[in-house]
Design a protein around this ligand. Structure first.
Ligand code: GCW
Length: 608
């Protein structure tokens, strides 16, 4: 019961187990009743409060723990009994942490919160107590699975599966008291890299035997091990295609090795040609995941979860829902979200992402078995590089537990748990619309990828235009956007079921915010909002940058002692950088499109 933190005892009072009623300490502010016969399912709990005493009942310890965290979230007053059960049994945070500092990507790939909480310069962290704190933090949000290393598995990291599994076991020990199981990212080429075989072909008996033995050894050390995360045939990672095998062949081989122990494979669908010729208009990166995976629907083993990024491209500020999530009814799926903010300001910008996430979850929640979020946590004293980015992590857990939660209510919950009442209004003023504001001053109308190549921070409109990455906007003197229609374009709209296939296909019904994702239109094309595309670009960029200035000023008005002087200063610094960057975005985008189109701003504002 180590999730019962000493500091809680005063608030959480007594613990009753069947036949062993007891007092844990402090005043009986709460009764936690473990009752296997109470009829509740795994992890569920009933919570009520009367006469100042909160009662939590659950059939298992995990349920009791989640109920206890709920008790800590409650305000004053009585509460009629409510039962809560997780919508998803798999609520996952995945780390892109390297064990060895990578020459380009550093200790954490796309990490903006300092070093890794798990690894330091090739070794296991010396700060295991912090891992325990992190476990409690994640559990309090509802997370119950965590992967501890990057999906890009380099040679050194591959060894976690074999000779360094003991270090993963040490981490698992810290997570176990909080009912969190550990996952490991593995290299598909492990039988060669680690096992000395001359192939990693799933059709080869020796390869299958190698994986079975590897899984056995893992479970000998970590009996509740969650399973493997695999990035295969993607951005240079090895995979089954080298042997003429499918992703189902590859995933099922690993699944067979894990099945005897109850483990699962999280097999990523982020597969596309990253060596495209920009001249080649027949290839559309948006189509890739569906083309590789949808034909395999029904062929994956029961303990494979195909893990799909929420949009067809790559965590842009606005994308349609990935058609893979709507097109594989006979496959267990996970939706992958990204808290780290690679393309949404890298935690230098304030960007509360749950409005984006719930717009996706409202469509796909019923189609997925798991919600996976790429972590934004590091060694930083605030856990996240932007102190207010903690709200994204908090919401990742809460929304995995209940995807129907309102993002504003989740934010309010986080604010109440973190800051005094007097700071609440300011925080809402800064955060509620921060995703929309970010969208306003960056790439317009769903077109995406106008970022600086490599580090993905700041504007560079043509940075990827003539690259091999398949992320183009096709702006010319007449118009902008990617024609993905069936009628005249890449045909991507045809990957969607009705009604989306027709809604996106037609200019008359395509939502404004996704227009340039699906259509190439003239600058004077009139949006459903009544504005022309070019005027929309100017207006949103001026408005977005101005909104950031207002955010910066609003924060300056908040008394530092309300939130702590250091935190206040850190956020002030970040907002100053966000303002500088938003102005840069505004001016580069507006200038670029003025020069391309020759159409002046209707309001005569300054464009360069
Ligand atoms: O967005 C891209 C990132 C890569 C990342 C990849 C992925 C871990 O730029 O750094 O690699 O996605 O999701 O695999």
């Amino acid at each position: 019961m180590s999730w019962v933190h000493p500091a809680w005892l005063a608030r959480l009072g007594r613990l009753e187990r069947p036949g062993r009623p007891g007092r844990l300490g402090g005043d009986a502010g709460a009764v936690l009743r473990l009752d296997p016969g109470c009829g509740l399912g795994a992890e569920a709990y009933t919570i009520s409060r009367a006469g100042g005493v909160t009662t939590v009942v659950a059939a298992d310890e995990a349920g009791l723990m989640y109920g206890s965290f709920h008790a800590l979230r409650l305000g004053d007053g009585d509460l009629a009994a409510e039962t809560h059960a997780p919508a998803k049994a798999r609520r996952v945070v995945q780390h892109w942490d390297n064990v060895f500092v990578h020459p380009v990507m550093g200790q954490v790939e796309r990490g903006y919160s300092g070093g890794s909480v798990f690894w330091e310069d090739g070794a296991l962290t010396g700060n295991l107590d912090r891992v325990g704190d992190y476990a409690r933090l994640l559990a309090s949000t509802g997370i119950n699975l965590v992967s501890v290393n990057n999906v890009n598995v380099h040679a050194g990291e591959a060894r976690l599966l074999t000779e360094r599994i003991g270090e993963v076991a040490v981490l698992a020990e810290r997570f176990r008291p909080y009912h969190i199981r550990v996952l490991l990212s593995v290299s598909f080429a492990s039988p060669m890299v680690l096992g000395g075989l001359d192939t990693a072909d799933p059709g080869d008996k020796r390869v299958r035997a190698w994986w079975a033995a590897a899984a056995r050894r893992v479970y000998a050390r970590i009996p509740d091990f969650g399973g493997f995360v695999v990035k295969a045939d993607s951005e240079g990672q090895p995979g089954p295609y080298a042997y003429g095998r499918t992703h189902a062949d590859g995933a099922n081989m690993l699944a067979a090795a894990l099945a005897p122990f109850g483990g699962e494979v999280y097999w990523r669908a982020f597969v596309y040609n990253h060596r495209q010729d920009w001249r080649d208009r027949s290839t559309d990166r948006a189509r890739a995941a569906y083309e590789h995976f949808a034909p395999l629907d029904g062929q994956f083993a029961d303990n494979v979860v195909v893990q799909v990024k929420h949009g067809p491209i790559d965590f842009q500020v606005r994308e349609p829902v990935s058609p893979v999530l709507l097109g594989m009814p006979a496959t267990r799926l996970a939706v992958e979200l990204q808290a780290t903010q690679e393309y949404t300001g890298q935690q230098r910008h304030l960007c509360y992402l749950p409005p984006l996430w719930t717009s996706v979850l409202s469509t796909v929640a019923d189609h997925v078995d798991a919600v996976v979020t790429v972590s934004n946590v590091g060694e930083d004293a605030y856990w996240t590089g932007h102190p207010l980015a903690q709200a994204n992590l908090y919401a990742a857990g809460r929304l995995a537990w209940d995807p129907a939660l309102d993002p504003g209510a989740v934010l309010d919950e986080w604010i109440s748990l973190t800051f005094p009442e007097a700071a609440r209004e300011t925080l809402h003023a800064l955060m509620d619309r921060s995703w929309c504001v970010y969208e306003q001053y960056t790439a317009p109308l769903g077109v995406g990828f106008m970022v600086h190549p490599g580090d993905h921070y700041g504007p560079d409109v043509d940075g990827y235009e003539y690259s091999r990455w398949g992320t183009y906007h096709f702006a010319d003197r007449d118009g902008v956007g990617v024609d993905r229609t069936r009628a005249t374009g890449t045909g991507f709209t045809g990957q969607y079921p009705a009604p989306w296939r027709d809604e996106y296909e037609s200019l008359a019904t395509c939502p404004d915010e996704l227009l340039l994702f699906f259509h190439h239109v003239p600058y004077r094309h009139v949006l459903r909002s009544g504005l022309t595309v070019i005027q929309h670009i100017y207006d949103t960029h001026f408005a977005g940058a101005a909104a950031v200035t207002a955010m910066r000023r609003r924060w300056a008005e908040l008394a530092p002692e309300l939130v702590g002087a250091e935190l206040h200063e850190r956020v002030r610094e970040r907002l100053a950088e966000q303002e500088r960057s938003a102005v840069e975005w505004r001016d580069q985008i507006n200038t670029y499109f003025l020069r391309k189109s020759g159409v002046p701003d209707a309001h005569g504002r300054r464009i360069f």
